[in-house]
Design a protein around this ligand. Structure first.
Ligand code: PEP
Ligand code: MN
Length: 338
């Protein structure tokens, strides 16, 4: 971190600044200029917020040289993290993972039917929401525990590990017992209390990108979970809010190579919530695989017009199988299994 102080800053203030950082275990080098003094801080600066330093009226400017995250940083962990979920691996050179299923869980029979359909189409995880983050309080809110147990039944029959969204800490015991991958949805990406709580969990976490969050904020949220001791974090790009309204969100595919450069964590892409339109899923899924994504999360429903949520972006099982078959060709072309 580099800090410059204003012209004419009294020596006593400079001493105070040096003292303050040294007390925090950093080594401080002062370069004296005619107009400005510049400090170079070396050590673990992750605990220092630029804004706090700028609160000192003698400070002119603060520039961060290193990233504010440590555990997620590829610099300190050059090898790719591979998350193992009941023997199914995500990340590194593992085959590209496919998480698929309905947006909302709609009862046991339907869940089993969807699990069989997505497995036949190439999925290796069943996704489904039992606790739903809905924009309207009058929309269907999810089946809750009953929905989780429907997924458990589907796992017993198909062997597919289950991915479901956790919205509230009070459900952590239930998720520890039944769910294989704990999804943190876009709307909760910066629910720091929830992130701290899942940081103490013993299940891998699928952390979706917030609707209006930068890549750095997203990595900082992963850092929250990892700082709690849970290093099994998979990131999911699911589109961000832009001025564009032709699609539900704008899929930021460049997040894939950026995340891979900056972190060692696996990243998957959700073309369903990114586009909000079943017609665009195929092209965005193909593009995600080509971009180097470690997996896909796709919503699938046998009867999209009657889906309990997100019908407009659900693929029918046959189309889903077709999309995965095409994705496998792209994966083969870039030397990855799927
Ligand atoms: C979902 O996966 O069903 C979901 C609500 O996604 P997101 O949090 O990305 O909107
Ligand atoms: Mn959905």
């Amino acid at each position: 971190m580099i800090i410059s102080t204003k012209k004419g800053t009294p020596q006593v203030e400079l001493d105070r600044i040096v003292d303050n950082f040294e007390k925090q275990g950093l080594s401080v080098t002062l370069i004296r200029g005619t107009d400005y003094n510049v400090f170079g801080l070396v050590g673990d600066t992750t605990k220092i917020a630029e804004k706090d330093v700028l609160a000192n009226p003698w400070v002119e400017n603060v520039t961060r040289v290193s990233a504010p995250y440590k555990r997620a940083n590829r610099l300190f962990h050059p090898e790719d993290t591979v998350v193992d979920i009941n023997g199914v691996k995500v990340g590194g050179n593992a085959p590209i993972a496919v998480m698929a299923g309905p947006c909302s869980i709609e009862g046991e029979e339907h869940t089993i039917k969807m699990a069989k359909a997505v497995k036949a189409g190439g999925a290796n995880f069943l996704r489904g929401g039992a606790y739903k983050p809905r924009t309207s309080p009058y929309s269907f809110q999810g089946l809750g525990t009953e929905g989780i147990l429907d997924m458990v039944k589907a796992r017993e029959i198909t062997g597919l590990p289950i991915v479901s969204e956790l919205m509230d800490e009070v459900h952590i015991p239930e998720f520890e017992e039944y769910v294989d991958v704990v999804q943190i949805g876009a709307r909760n990406m910066q629910n720091f209390q929830l992130l701290k709580a899942v940081g103490k969990m013993h299940k891998p976490v699928l952390l979706k990108r917030g609707l209006a969050n930068t890549i750095e904020e997203w990595i900082m949220s992963a850092e929250y979970i990892m700082a709690g001791g849970n290093e099994n974090v998979i990131l999911c790009e699911r589109g961000i809010r832009t001025f564009e309204r032709a699609t539900r969100n704008t899929l930021d595919l460049s997040a894939v190579p950026v995340i891979k450069e900056k972190t060692h964590l696996p990243i998957i892409v959700d073309p369903s919530h990114a586009t909000g339109d079943y017609k665009y899923i195929e092209s965005m899924a193909l593009a995600a695989v080509a971009a180097g994504a470690d997996g896909l999360e796709i919503e699938v429903h046998n009867d999209p017009p009657h889906a309990w949520s997100d019908g407009a972006q659900c693929l029918k099982p046959d189309k889903f199988a077709d999309v995965i078959a095409k994705c496998r060709k792209v994966a083969a072309a870039i030397g990855r299994e799927m």
